[in-house]
Design a protein around this ligand. Structure first.
Ligand code: IMP
Ligand code: MG
Length: 196
């Protein structure tokens, strides 16, 4: 577990559908600050382009970019995976593309969570065709999957590794709900069982 929140005043009573809070607002802040500091060091000689993957990564993007002490550019993209759900042979459908050309740019893809890694593997392959100088991934959460991932995705920046449970909040949703919770929590079982 991450160390206890010392800024407890920021914590609201959890939503009634939440069984357990995994990361408090204070812990989230510390995690994002640490990632921002690393990016600031690693990109000091360049002006990276941060690409937020909508919608889940929007709170992370908003906090992360303000913790980077460099000139940066930002852009937004919305994608959905289709094709075979369990292999990389499928592709990503681009629902909203970048406004910015990325040729010769240092791109950082900003994502909420990497689970199977399939979405990001496909998206990275797609963006690589546009000949950026570099592409790295910054994910707020990394799921600790038991089996090795089918795809070889190793985010350079990963905020926190969580065990293999379904979490919501800080951008993460269940059926588009709970994105606005200021903490990350595990949903009560009855919430998704009632919706089956
Ligand atoms: P992947 O292609 O399996 O890595 O899927 C990643 C996407 O699945 C994320 O961008 C999320 O939208 C969604 N996802 C995976 N795990 C969770 C979770 O625990 N809570 C909410 N969304 C999740
Ligand atoms: Mg998502």
């Amino acid at each position: 577990m991450y160390k206890p929140d010392t800024k407890g005043t920021k914590m609201q009573p959890p939503h009634p559908d939440i069984a357990e809070v995994v990361l408090t607002p204070g812990q989230i802040e510390e995690i994002v600050q640490a990632l921002g500091a690393r990016i600031t060091q690693d990109y000091e000689d360049t002006q990276p382009l941060l690409v937020c993957i909508l919608k889940g990564a929007s709170p992370f993007m908003s906090d992360l970019m303000r913790s980077i002490a460099l000139d940066i550019d930002i852009d937004f993209m919305s994608v959905s995976s289709y094709g075979n759900a369990t292999t990389t042979s499928g592709t990503v459908k681009i629902l909203k593309d970048l406004d910015t050309p990325i040729k010769d740019r240092d791109v950082i893809i900003v994502e909420d969570i990497v689970d199977s890694g399939l979405t990001l593997a496909r998206l990275t392959a797609e963006l690589a065709k546009r000949e950026p100088r570099s592409i790295e991934i910054a994910t707020f959460l990394l799921k600790d999957v038991q089996a090795p991932r089918k795809v070889d995705i190793k985010p350079r920046y990963a905020g926190f590794t969580i065990d293999n449970r379904f979490v919501v909040g800080f951008g993460l949703d269940y059926a588009e709900k709970y994105r606005n919770l200021p903490y990350v929590g595990v949903l009560k079982r009855e919430v998704y069982e009632n919706n089956k």
